[in-house]
Design a binder for this molecule. Sequence first.
Ligand SMILES: Cc1cc2nc3c(=O)[nH]c(=O)nc-3n(C[C@H](O)[C@H](O)[C@H](O)COP(=O)(O)O)c2cc1C
Length: 400
Amino acid sequence: MDKPKVVLGVSGGIAAYKACELLRRFTESGHGVRVVPTASALHFVGAATWSALSGNPVATEVWDDVHQVPHVRIGQHADLVVVAPATADMLAKAAHGLADDLLTNTLLTARCPVVFAPAMHTEMWEHPATQDNVATLRRRGAVVIEPAVGRLTGVDTGKGRLPDPAEIFEVCRRVLARGVTEPDLRGRHVVVSAGGTREPLDPVRFLGNRSSGKQGYALARTAAARGARVTLVSANAGLPDPAGVDVVRVGTAVQLREAVLKAAADADAVVMAAAVADFRPAVYATGKIKKRDGQDPDPIVLVRNPDILAEISADRARPGQVVVGFAAETDDVLANGRAKLARKGCDLLVVNEVGEARTFGSEENEAVVLGADGSETPVPHGPKEALADTVWDLVVRRLA
Ligand SMILES: Cc1cc2nc3c(=O)[nH]c(=O)nc-3n(C[C@H](O)[C@H](O)[C@H](O)COP(=O)(O)O)c2cc1C
């Protein structure tokens, strides 16, 4: 099979140097990459770097190698075009169909999926002109990754930072894997919870669980690649932020409930992949609990935590909101799953069998997705992203 052909567009932002890492990730994973920088981008990283790293010629204008008609050919032959960083100027040009250099011509001739990873100062990002351009590009089917929040050029911090190149690569990989399909979650806001809550006993100890957060992060990443605005409520996951996803960090079940309810207020779908503790210690010791010579420790008394899945299922923040739960079972998996689905009142329940060395922390999963309509969708053993995409397929069907 031919290697997928990727066009990496680089526009003139300070984050252009980070595109070198993105380029390396593509070439090292077997993709053929043609880098098309803008003239401004070359002020930040020179043509020699792009050419040497990609193994391909580099041009910014339509006037080089005219006999090969590059302004048309490069876009026509691409399997994916990703522009990282995408400047405010580049978003404006792309939204309005300008074609005054090789990259903007390429964007007009490409019929493959297009991903933009914008990066700019917060004021530029929030300006209504930029926001309108982003909305236009998304409406036309491009995936525009939300910038990250953090340190910008100089001393400023705020929204506008280019997400981690490794995470941009993950979005591109998912978009490439799905081929030319509509970003079917565009215009949708989805909330995903991930990780495992920790219920503190004292300042140094907690009751926790083995959830790594990988399944929830896969759900967030795949939803972003399908065009959704994603809020990821993350409990103690310790994983890198997926590109284009708003991450809200929480510790306990009570904090997770608060964050999910807040984000769910305008959400089209809520997917509760986090392992939320059913119980928490009744008493929190403000000082470290000490060993006492010759005495047994006091028993730990537990109280129930709120049942967040049942609560959001019973009291939908919006009509038509789709609610998905996860059930980790160790035995009688399907029967327990059906009973849980009925008890919780959610639309879909992803049931998987777990054990110490099974599912938790692993890159792969195997599950059955039960529907409140009686449907059963088995998902064979495979990457957690494949299960995530099946969940979104089922959510999209219900949203329609
Ligand atoms: C030091 C410096 C850093 C810049 N960083 C950004 C940036 O991060 N994002 C952005 O949208 N524009 C940034 N600009 C402005 C763009 O370079 C300018 O709008 C340029 O016209 C973009 O051209 P292009 O879109 O063709 O690459 C920066 C300019 C300078 C001088």
